[in-house]
Write a protein that binds this ligand. Structure first.
Ligand code: MG
Length: 377
């Protein structure tokens, strides 16, 4: 069997390290063609020694002088379009991942996408690039992996709606007054998933679920009216698909990213894997569901509205959120400021061009600048 080459962008993060644990169990099927990280040179060096990729890139190369390593943000695109990479796992955080996603699908590759931001900010460009280049996006996000598995090749016309599950984050039961001033360490305490800082904050504000609604729209072509969100604190049901006859499929599993990573590598096939913990419905009980507290977590509504508006609005939403989260993590704005910053940026920048990659990057830059200016940072 010819082993498939896998490049991992963001190999030292939570999805990247989960992907390497999966790949280490299947050396007969996959080899690591490239590894790139943002700044964690010591972990990247350990990974490189174990997996011996042809290309190693450190985006922030000022912190390392390892011989032969590539540096700068270009190393993401170089790893993504390298001829020996058949599959690109894009697990970079934020808008910085866009060019690598575009480069990989233009080169006809499969992108196992954890960098949902690239699809959110430029969904039309990415889907168009897939059509022209012959590439494909297979989601790593657990909710979208669930939808892909439930739909399982059935035609679009048979799906009535999808329901994305949301854990509700650490503040699911907090009062609005308490939410307003939640601390960084409170916000990083995710109840069910161990993740990086940015996505943990996005889960606490529910901005992550807004990104996922937009992601579902572009991945599967569902209208926004067909995509709903329900809170499911245990993160065991990864999403539901309701068909036109009223039947509902769900995909379940213990909350580990190794499962959706493995499926993104092997889709539509499944392979034997011993690494994922055994599913025990009694251990995982009870499974409960709640309505989203939409008024208390306005980032979800703002993001879905931006998705419906289209054009540059999703890019403005995403960039305002990234900037506001960065300021929150630096202790410069409150938790309650995050959705306010997003809303202000969307109101102020409501007529930007979103028709090209450069226009979207410009909208992204302007949205970040707007939020910094708003808080004089
Ligand atoms: Mg998710």
């Amino acid at each position: 069997m010819k082993r498939r080459g896998v490049a991992i962008l963001g190999s030292t993060g939570s999805v990247g390290t989960a992907a390497l644990r999966v790949l280490a169990r299947h050396p007969d099927r996959f080899r690591v063609s490239g590894l790139t990280a943002f700044a964690n040179a010591s972990l990247l060096a350990e990974q490189a020694a174990q997996f011996k990729p042809g290309m190693i890139g450190l985006v922030n190369n000022g912190v390392s002088s390892h011989a032969g390593w590539r540096g700068g943000v270009e190393c993401l695109v170089d790893a993504a379009r390298a001829p020996d990479a058949d599959i690109v796992i894009n697990a970079v955080v934020g808008a910085i991942g866009l060019d690598a996603t575009l480069a990989a699908v233009r080169a006809g590759k499969r992108v196992a996408l954890a960098n949902k931001e690239s699809l959110v900010m430029a969904g039309e460009l990415v889907t168009d690039a897939c059509r022209r280049g012959g590439g494909e996006i297979v989601p790593v996000d657990s909710e979208h992996s669930a939808i892909l598995q439930c739909v399982a090749g059935r035609p679009h016309s048979e799906v009535r709606r999808v329901i994305l599950t949301a854990s509700g984050g650490p503040f699911r039961a907090w009062s609005p007054a308490r939410l307003e001033l939640a601390s960084v360490s409170d916000a990083l305490q995710h109840p069910t998933w161990r993740m990086g800082r940015k996505i943990s904050i996005d889960s606490a504000t529910l901005a992550n679920k807004a990104l996922e609604v937009i992601e579902a729209h572009f991945l599967f072509g569902f209208s926004y009216d067909q995509i709903e969100v329900v809170v499911h604190p245990q993160s065991v049901v990864h999403s539901f698909v309701e068909f036109v006859d009223g039947s509902v499929m769900a995909q379940l599993g213990v909350p580990t990213m190794e499962l959706p990573v493995l499926y993104a590598l092997t889709h539509p096939e499944r392979i034997e894997d011993s690494g994922v913990p055994t599913f025990d419905p009694v251990d995982l009980s009870p499974l409960t569901f709640e309505r989203v507290r939409a008024d208390d977590f306005p980032a979800l509504r703002l993001g879905v509205e931006a998705g419906r508006r289209g054009g540059a609005a999703p890019a403005v939403f995403n960039a305002a959120n990234e900037q506001a989260v960065a300021l929150f993590l630096e202790g410069r704005v409150t938790f309650g400021d995050i959705p306010r910053a997003i809303e202000a940026a969307l109101d102020a920048l409501d007529d930007l061009d979103g028709s090209s990659r450069d226009a979207l990057i410009s909208a992204d830059t302007r949205s970040r600048a707007y939020v910094r200016e708003l808080y004089r940072c």
